[in-house]
Design a protein around this ligand. Structure first.
Ligand code: ITT
Ligand code: MG
Length: 480
């Protein structure tokens, strides 16, 4: 069989070359393409959702190279994205975590395995889970080594600095009785001599890359897509989203090649044929727990997880400086979509009371001024309405939703919803949030705070806006 389609390797940077090197050895007749996302490295500290989005961009690039198999030569990306990528690609996809776990289980004598990896991989518990799936009695000690990737990428991996960082980082493992240590990040094998030195001869190091390539080899045979022409001289092509010169230096050194010329690619300008769609998580740009519950009730019934700004504590607050609901929702959605590089849905909403000339409007959250909260806002509302008779206390709750894609602010999707009602003088009910206890809906004979979340969502301004959104967002999400 002669199949000259290349095998694709993707990584956050040069680390994946440790897997690639093994592939050169085990698969000497295969064409291969490598892509390192050096412009956005390291992946380790990033939220998993973002790693998934970046991985999809690399996957799309690789699919455009007509690859026959994809190797996710990055542990962080494997932990975050292997399952979703596998589920949607028409070709075999191999990650590094399962092979690495298998190798460690084979080697360990005392059933105590250590794992060093990035923060993302450790946080996902990826190795511990995979190892325990195979053997629940093994104990696994995981340690994040966030400083290793930068040391490798800056080509300092043989320097005294590297020695110091490795010694310091691994100190906690020296007090354990692990007999096996998984290098759970493809960058780490470049530090192997130092790691070996620090851990001593009683600890066997596992390089998941070796086992990963064995799996690739098995799958090539299984699917009958290997290139078995022994006379064939294959080519290797290298791409980076960062600077090719740094890539070339490390690449030549590590792979032992005289010639290596990586090409630069602008990853977020590439077409996306294999989108992350169907989207399974939405980030709602809100700090408001009441809003979050209402969004969750609607989207989770469709099988879509809702995350909020509370899941991303590292993000700064944005000031709602707009003078309309739409402006404010756009500010929130666009800013966070840019920061997270994920699709983000923002809600700006408020109460407009006719007798108050439409106030508090866009100032609903901050109506009572500095240090505002629901109670203070409601007290101010009562004070402002003063003697206004019950019949004249008509009001409208309004919501504008803006859905934003990263880096495409001109494509924002905007929908709205309104709910008319009356402001009562005495609060009723304990559910909902904000002005709900004072907002009476005549048709239901209840205030919003007397309704369950489902009852409120069925009629509310936000519920209506979400219904309008539900009809159009999937199509919007899939267009480029
Ligand atoms: O900006 P985020 O973080 O989303 O949260 P927020 O509470 O500041 O939200 P807005 O800027 O949109 O302000 C909306 C305010 O209007 C009020 N509000 C909006 N929707 C409401 C609802 O369904 N029930 C009661 N009050 C509501 C409530 O006081 C909110 O704080
Ligand atoms: Mg706000």
């Amino acid at each position: 069989m002669m199949n000259t389609q290349p095998i694709g390797f993707i990584d956050s940077g040069v680390g994946g070359l440790t897997v690639f090197k093994e592939a050169l050895k085990q698969l000497p007749h295969e064409n291969m393409v490598f892509l390192g996302d050096q412009a956005r490295l390291p992946y380790g500290p990033r939220p998993a959702e973002q790693v998934v989005a970046f991985t999809w961009q690399m996957v799309n690039f690789m699919m455009a190279q007509n690859i026959k198999m994809l190797v996710i030569a990055c542990n962080t990306a494997t932990a975050a994205a292997l399952d979703v990528v596998k589920a949607q690609l028409p070709i075999p996809v191999v990650g590094v975590i399962l092979p690495g776990s298998r190798a460690a289980l084979k080697v360990s004598q005392n059933n105590h395995i250590g794992v060093i990896a990035t923060e993302g991989t450790v946080k996902a518990g990826a190795y511990a889970k995979t190892i325990h799936d195979k053997n629940a009695t093994v104990s696994v000690t995981s340690l994040a080594a966030p400083k290793f990737v930068p040391v490798v990428e800056s080509n300092e991996y043989q320097s005294p600095i590297a020695k110091r960082i490795v010694t310091e980082t691994l100190a906690p493992l020296k007090h354990t009785d692990i007999d096996t240590l998984v290098m759970g990040c493809t960058h780490y094998p470049l530090l192997r001599p130092i790691i070996e030195n620090v851990m001593g001869p009683k600890v066997t190091l596992i390089d998941p890359g070796i086992e990963t390539v064995s799996e690739v080899s098995t799958l090539l045979d299984y699917f009958d897509i290997a290139n078995n022409d022994a006379d064939f001289t294959p080519t290797q092509r290298f791409f980076t989203t960062g600077s090719p010169s740094m890539f070339d230096t490390i690449g030549k050194q590590w792979l032992g090649l005289n010639q290596l010329h990586a090409q630069h690619v602008e990853i977020d300008q590439l077409p996306t044929n294999y989108e992350a769609a169907p989207l399974d998580t939405i980030v709602v740009a809100t700090q408001n727990a009441g809003k979050a519950r209402e969004f969750a009730a609607v989207f989770e019934s469709e099988g879509i997880k809702v995350k909020t700004l509370r899941d991303f504590p590292e993000l700064p607050d944005v000031a709602e400086t707009g003078s309309t609901f739409e402006e404010n929702a756009r500010i929130k959605a666009d800013t966070y979509a840019r920061a997270l590089e994920l699709p983000v849905l923002a809600d700006d909403s408020g109460l407009m009371v006719d007798a108050l000339g439409g106030k508090p409007g866009v100032f609903s959250a901050r109506y009572a001024g500095a240090g505002h909260n629901d109670a203070a806002n409601n007290a101010k509302l009562m004070a402002e309405l003063g003697e206004v008779p019950a019949d004249d206390r008509t009001a409208t709750f309004h919501t504008t939703l803006v859905f934003a894609k990263p880096n495409q602010p001109d494509q924002d999707l905007v929908v709205e919803g309104d709910l008319p009602g009356m402001i009562v003088g005495v609060p009723r009910g304990n559910d909902g949030f904000g002005y709900d206890p004072y907002f009476y809906v005549p048709e239901q004979g209840k205030t919003l705070a007397e309704m369950t979340t489902d009852e409120k969502n069925a009629i509310s301004h936000r519920g209506q806006a979400i219904k309008a959104l539900a009809k159009v967002w999937r199509a919007w999400y899939q267009e480029d």
